[in-house]
Design a protein around this ligand. Structure first.
Ligand code: GUN
Length: 284
């Protein structure tokens, strides 16, 4: 058996084509959506992610506002840059690229973002709205995972999803989306404190692996026919991305997201979607 590929590039291209039309409609009403990014430090991976986000903006007609600060920036300087983006009318949504350099308090920075401009859906107000079931920009990677599964017809209603990892951008937030009535999945979350991760994985209809541990999910731990999403990012000694899922899983799983080329493009498409939706809300 060979798994069906969950092709994030193709799915993201279709979403971006729809967003281009919505951006054109906004421009006709005199509104140009603008995505801001704040990048602190010189991490090459983060620089590449941010550059990709701005390439996507250009492709769909969203304006780009790029702010950069050196690795030596103080908490006050980072928060001052956030305050400027909050005030900038050309910036209709923005994100602070994570992780921030050591010594900076990321939570304090996230809390300083104006919730209406929170393109990542990671502001405590917006995460709280998600808990309450109120409309809010949704965290991009979890939303991208669900959009990719839906596009490939993977059943979530009643499915048992095992999420590996508890970081804020994916692990913490994806159970909130999966257990909404619209998705109706049952979620088990495993992490470094879990006694027997493999025993949980073997029960899963869907695995979302976001631990950042190379090849953590092995073929013998996957139920035949399960959907497996590889969201982990580690780098080998040559700087090449290595995911959380062992390549042999392709022979057991029913669906598998490649990494790179699976969830990453979907995260970026969902970011653009949040920017367009924020601009539409502001224009109404
Ligand atoms: N770094 C890795 N993933 C993300 C993300 O989704 N948003 C932000 N802001 N930084 C990230």
């Amino acid at each position: 058996m060979s798994a069906e590929i969950l092709d994030g590039k193709a799915a993201a291209a279709a979403i971006k084509s729809d967003l281009s039309a919505r951006v054109a409609a906004l421009k006709q009403r005199g509104v140009t959506p603008g995505l801001g990014t704040l990048l602190v430090g010189d991490d090459v991976g983060s620089q590449k992610y941010v550059a990709g986000k701005h390439r996507d903006c250009a492709a769909v007609g969203i304006a780009s506002i790029q702010r950069e600060l050196p690795v030596t920036a103080t908490q006050e300087e980072v928060e001052a840059a956030v305050a400027e983006l909050n005030e900038d009318p050309a910036c209709t949504g923005y994100l602070v690229q994570l992780p921030l350099p050591r010594g900076l308090d990321a939570n304090r920075v996230l809390e300083a973002i104006e919730p209406a401009k929170d393109a990542d859906g990671l502001h405590p107000t917006n995460l709280g709205r998600l808990v309450l079931g109120e409309p809010a920009p949704l965290p991009c990677t979890p939303n991208g995972v669900i959009a990719l599964l839906r596009r490939h017809g993977v059943e979530l209603n009643g499915a048992h999803v095992v999420v590996v990892g508890r970081g804020v951008t994916i692990g913490r937030s994806i159970p909130l989306l999966l257990t909404r009535r619209s998705e109706n999945a049952t979620v088990t979350q495993v992490h470094t404190g879990t006694r027997d991760i493999a025993a949980h994985l073997r029960q899963a209809d869907v695995i979302v692996a976001a631990a950042g541990v190379p090849h953590l999910v092995k073929p013998e731990d996957v139920k035949p026919g399960a959907a497996v999403l590889d969201v982990g990012v580690s780098r080998d000694e040559h700087g090449k991305i290595v995911g959380d899922v062992h390549p042999g899983v392709a022979e057991v799983a029913g669906w598998l997201s490649p990494n790179p080329g699976g969830v990453g493009p979907m995260t970026r498409a969902m970011l653009l979607q949040n920017v367009v939706e924020a601009a539409e809300r502001a224009a109404d």
